[in-house]
Design a protein around this ligand. Structure first.
Ligand code: M6R
Length: 614
């Protein structure tokens, strides 16, 4: 949520800020702004909407003759106050000398605002952030030192904040602050950078320092000093990042989402082969000792949000089936506020693509206070979740740019299958022949994923045919119930179509009242005999209400063809592993549906890739 960039050095400040913001646009696009400092004063430029609007504003300015030495920039995902120019960052002190950008939420902003208003500060926005700029300004007027002013001010703030602050009178430095919102420093030669995330620094530097919570950095052109919130100097490691521009380019695809969907076979293949050389040998993880992971564990809880929560729903089925361990799943936002059974015999698994989802991180920190073991499954090994965990399963899916999660989801599923199989092997809780068969089948999954791409055109035609409808229902049973939830989420987030998922057996208990010829139903037919027959009966009930009916099923298990208006198929697969394959046509259907409507597929409205506020 919200992206921050800062730069100090001799190169073109404006260009560096804009290219950094472009790479951070997945974090929000409600407004964008930059502040540039030269000898004359600080210039602030802001625009509502996407970065391109800010660029248009800048094109009307004559900045060529100015020499800026430092700047900060921001793209916003609105929390407090609508997406307007007044609420866009950077925010400025009343005398125009102090500017800052913020990611996070200041929980006590209301009382600070009242206090500062009484003291004569004028507010021009509805944001929580503006209280911070006036607070630091008040302290600056007392101390005449930006560093002291920041240290005094942040001691009065409650909530989450990553901040970049500069003052016209101190043009040799930018101050960066981190508390419960990500921030990194990029070290260059006679230049330094601050950013919310690594993509903003690709092509600029490979040397990174990760700020931790309750740390601030005084960033100068040729020096960086890191301190705790009391002002004590800290010594931090410099780490190398190894990413190229190619890692965040569309590589010829129309959208990042389509590119990321097509990356899935490769990612799953390399995850499987990295952890088991053949199906006949035990699974081994680099960095996770399975014995330690499950020693003294009598239950597993899985905590996640959104698509990652759907992966958790599938994991419950896998672990209970293979490992005979009870699994509780919780949306992180719910876990935080309820009583739970977490204790020292619990393995708490947090699943998060970004590793920065605030709800998931807060929940895991809570689980830790109950002495649970923490396993993080994440696509970002540089993220906050890793620092909350005892064990980490890196997904290695590469940077996922599209806001709609696709490749990270199937990578999460593959990781969870491998983990469950490894636990079942070590604990001997399932027959070895059965486990070997599942492992053999797992090896075949990437090729079968590739086969699904042969039917892209068919899926596209089907999506185009249904793109005239304004609502959708997805149904499934058993392990694929979560596939139905994920299919519906993909469609709604990129098409703005009202798509809901139901357990097929629950339709008759209420949702069936919705059905008519204007509400298509997308049925995911699990390949297994028992469930297959039941869901066919549910589809008969749907057809009797004249709802258009699409089947998604395996190529070999299909009968009752006449019942359906359209049929999409995947290669033959067992029910246990079928979510890995069903997800691809569901993603492609949502993608082509949205593309047919000309939607902003990679950056859907109101969403952000990394949800760093609770
Ligand atoms: O980074 P995380 O996996 O923790 O993100 C959780 C959700 O915000 C995320 O999965 C979201 O639902 C996706 N946009 C769905 O496509």
């Amino acid at each position: 949520m919200c992206g921050i960039i800062g730069y100090i050095g001799n190169n073109a400040v404006e260009d560096i800020l804009l290219s950094g913001l472009k790479s951070l646009e997945y974090r929000g696009y409600d407004s964008a702004g930059i502040a540039l400092n030269d000898n004359q004063g600080i210039d602030v430029f802001r625009a509502k909407g996407k970065l391109v609007n800010l660029k248009n504003v800048l094109n009307t300015q004559n900045l060529k003759n100015k020499h800026f030495s430092q700047g900060i920039g921001h793209i916003r995902w609105a929390t407090h106050g609508e997406a307007t120019i007044e609420n866009a960052h950077p925010h400025t002190s009343n005398d125009g000398n102090l500017v800052l950008v913020h990611n996070g939420i200041i929980e006590n902003y209301q009382s600070l605002r009242e206090e500062l208003t009484q003291q004569g500060f004028h507010f021009f926005s509805q944001t929580d952030t503006e209280a911070v700029v006036h607070l630091i300004d008040r302290e600056y007027k007392k101390t005449l030192s930006l560093e002291s002013a920041v240290i005094n001010a942040i001691a009065l703030l409650k909530g989450a904040f990553a901040l970049c602050i500069m003052h016209h009178n101190e043009p040799d430095k930018i101050i960066a602050v981190r508390k419960n919102a990500p921030l990194i420093l990029g070290l260059g030669c006679n230049e330094n950078f601050i950013a919310s995330d690594i993509p903003a620094l690709i092509g600029k530097t490979q040397n990174i320092i990760y700020l931790d919570d309750n740390e601030l950095a005084i960033v100068e052109k040729d020096a960086v000093v890191i301190k705790d919130f009391k002002g004590n100097i800290l010594h931090k490691n410099i780490e190398k990042i190894n990413l190229a521009q190619d890692d965040i380019s569309k590589q010829g695809y129309k959208h990042f989402m389509l590119k990321e969907i097509h990356e899935q076979p490769r990612i799953i293949r390399s995850m499987i082969t990295a952890n088991m050389s053949t199906p006949f040998e035990p699974i081994h993880f680099n960095g996770i000792n399975v014995e330690d992971l499950v020693q003294n564990v009598d239950k597993i809880e899985i905590i996640a949000c959104g698509t990652s929560l759907h992966a958790a729903m599938i994991a419950k089925n896998i672990f209970e089936e293979l490992c005979k361990i009870p699994v509780i799943i919780d949306a992180a936002s719910e876990y935080i506020y309820k009583s739970h059974l977490t204790d020292a015999k619990t393995l708490s698994i947090g699943i998060s693509q970004s590793g920065e989802t605030a709800d998931t991180i807060t929940a895991l920190k809570q689980a830790r206070t109950h002495q649970a073991k923490i396993l993080a499954i994440t696509n970002r090994i540089d993220s906050t979740i890793v620092r909350c965990a005892d064990f980490v399963f890196p997904l290695n899916a590469g940077i996922e740019v599209s806001v709609a999660a696709t490749k990270s989801y199937s990578a999460q599923l593959a990781a969870l299958y491998l983990l469950a199989l490894a636990v079942a092997e070590r604990q001997k809780c399932a027959d070895i022949i059965k486990l070997t068969k599942i492992k053999q089948e797992l090896f075949s999954i990437p090729n079968k994923m590739e086969e699904i791409f042969y039917s892209c055109n068919h899926i596209k035609q089907c999506a185009q045919k249904y793109s005239k409808y304004h609502s959708f229902i997805y149904i499934a049973r058993g392990i694929n119930s979560a596939s139905a939830f994920e299919g519906a989420l993909k469609l709604k987030e990129i098409s703005y179509i009202n798509a809901n998922a139901y357990l097929a057996g629950e339709l008759k208990h209420g949702p069936i009242a919705l059905l008519d010829s204007q509400l298509p139903v997308f049925a995911i037919l699990s390949p297994d005999g028992k469930i297959y027959d039941k869901i066919i009966s549910n589809c008969e009930e749907v057809k009797a209400r004249c709802a258009p009916l699409i089947a998604l099923t395996t190529s070999d298990s299909f009968y009752k063809k006449d019942l359906f208006d359209d049929v999409l198929t995947i290669p033959s697969v067992s029910e246990l592993l079928s979510p890995l394959l069903f997800t691809l046509p569901l993603q492609l259907f949502a993608y082509y549906f949205a593309d047919c409507l000309n939607m902003e597929i990679d950056q859907p409205r109101n969403l952000a890739k990394s949800v760093t506020v609770e």
